[in-house]
Design a protein around this ligand. Structure first.
Ligand code: 5GP
Length: 190
């Protein structure tokens, strides 16, 4: 997706050879026009798959997931990271190791939103080592729902997430594939 790659080139900040900061348009400030195009790009890739629900994780997965949900005409569930007074009973939970925080946390979704006959598209902002994606897949599995694939805004292809997920038979569609962040420079795979 050329417009996304241009945005990463011009507004992304390479924090280290492992971490890319995109606070200007995805992780803090959000560019709604770009999000709309991202939602459209995901929908194009999964339109014929019979998706009934999108699952993501708060907070940064929500904007692209909602835009994809709008295009596909399906609801979006975001897994919550924090204990909420309104989210207590009948939960599916999973633990996830956060790449950016380097700590483990629990994510949860309410069982009432996800059914065994749902066919789910998983969306997230980044794919690094695949921990967040695996935790979401775990939650969806607890509901007995099936997975059409994963839509990722920015994949860091030098980390192992894609190989891990594809090795387990999941389709991974990434809109920008970063080959390297070496020397403070973003280079893309294709
Ligand atoms: P994974 O679980 O695949 O190792 O990492 C993916 C999650 O970590 C994403 O949900 C994202 O929030 C965060 N993440 C991983 N790498 C980066 C990065 O380079 N930049 C930012 N902003 N977030 C990242």
């Amino acid at each position: 997706m050329d417009i996304l790659k241009d945005k990463i080139r011009t507004e992304g900040v390479v924090l280290s050879d492992q971490v890319l900061k995109v606070d200007a348009f995805l992780n803090h400030q959000i560019d709604p026009v770009l999000m709309q195009q991202i939602g459209h790009a995901f929908a194009e890739r999964f339109r014929d798959q019979g998706i009934t629900k999108i699952v993501t994780v708060e907070a940064s997965g929500i904007a692209p997931a909602v835009m994809a949900g709008l295009e596909l005409g399906v609801s979006v569930i975001f897994a919550r990271k924090y204990q909420s007074l309104t989210l207590r009973d009948n939960l599916y939970t999973s633990t996830v190791f956060s790449f950016t925080k380097q700590s483990e946390s629990t994510i949860a979704i309410s069982a009432k939103h996800l059914m065994a006959d749902d066919h789910v598209l998983v969306i997230d902002d980044f794919l690094a080592n695949g921990h967040a994606a695996k935790a979401l897949i775990d939650l969806i599995g607890q509901a007995g729902a099936s997975i059409a694939g994963l839509g990722i805004v920015i994949e860091k292809s030098f980390q192992e997430g894609r190989a891990l997920l594809e090795g387990e038979g999941y389709r991974v569609e990434s809109l920008a594939r970063v080959k390297s962040l070496a020397d403070g420079k973003v280079t893309f795979l294709d």
